[in-house]
Design a protein around this ligand. Structure first.
Ligand code: HPA
Length: 238
């Protein structure tokens, strides 16, 4: 394992303050909301750069929830430190995504079993080919099973982790659509690659908040309900 000094320049938590399972929303205020809404005996463990992190208990189980920020460089830093310096075993990203497939509609929860990317993040691993970033199979399976048990509709498949939210291309998603990719988000591929390199587990789950097919998007009320459904799955498998 690659050792480092903790606290880090990005995370002021002590090692024993972080649970073996970390839930990572992109938005640090989402992390705060989750901790306050779903966890008991909560402590705030990080405020550096306002990237709030919390540790608490869910049904007696120690769980941390930590913002990742937007994009692969940001989640790359936080997940790297959590896996390699804080001995975290698994990170479950809980995010939102825009759908590019009729198979994933607004309010669906997508289980990202694979994460395609247009990013060069994987270049650092010096592979003589293309790495296929995938979720941990057991986590993905448990997420699908838990969704079935709770009556929450999940769709499992490939997502695209994009380096750009705004694209200069005329049809940035067309060829990804042809390959059956379900939706677009901006972090999972880096998370999966860091997990693979560290020998740890990761899963990305996404609520479909908007449609890149027809421009529809969820109201703030619908966003909250759908997000709560995804949280129930994430906390059950944590
Ligand atoms: N693109 C990238 N990330 C996203 C989107 C999107 O359209 N919607 C929610 N997260």
């Amino acid at each position: 394992m690659i050792m480092g000094n903790i606290p880090t320049p990005h995370n002021e938590a002590n090692k024993d303050q972080i649970a073996k399972t970390v839930l990572m929303p992109g938005d640090p205020l989402r992390a705060k909301f989750i901790a306050e809404t779903f966890l008991e005996n909560v402590i705030c463990i990080n405020t550096v750069r306002n990237m709030f992190g919390y540790t608490g208990e869910y049904q007696g189980k120690k769980v941390s929830v930590f913002g990742s920020g937007m994009g692969m460089p940001s989640i790359g830093i936080y997940s790297y430190e959590l896996f390699n310096f804080y001995d975290v075993d698994q990170i479950i990203r809980i995010g939102s995504a825009g759908t590019i497939s009729p198979k994933a509609d607004l309010r669906d929860v997508v289980i990202g079993i694979g994460a395609c990317t247009n990013s060069n993040y994987g270049h650092q691993f010096n592979l003589p080919g293309t790495f296929a970033p995938i979720a941990d199979f057991e986590l993905a399976r448990k997420a699908v099973e838990t969704g079935e048990r709770l009556g929450i509709h999940t769709v499992a498949g490939n997502v695209l982790s994009s380096d750009t939210f705004y694209s200069d291309l005329e049809d940035p998603n067309g060829n990804w659509k042809k390959m059956g990719v379900l939706c677009i988000e901006m972090e999972a591929a880096a998370l999966y690659m860091n997990a693979a390199r560290a020998g740890k587990k990761a899963l990305g789950m996404f609520t479909i908040s908007d449609s890149l097919l027809d421009g529809r998007s969820l109201s703030s009320k619908q966003r909250e309900t759908t997000f709560t459904d995804m949280m129930k799955i994430a906390l059950e498998i944590a």
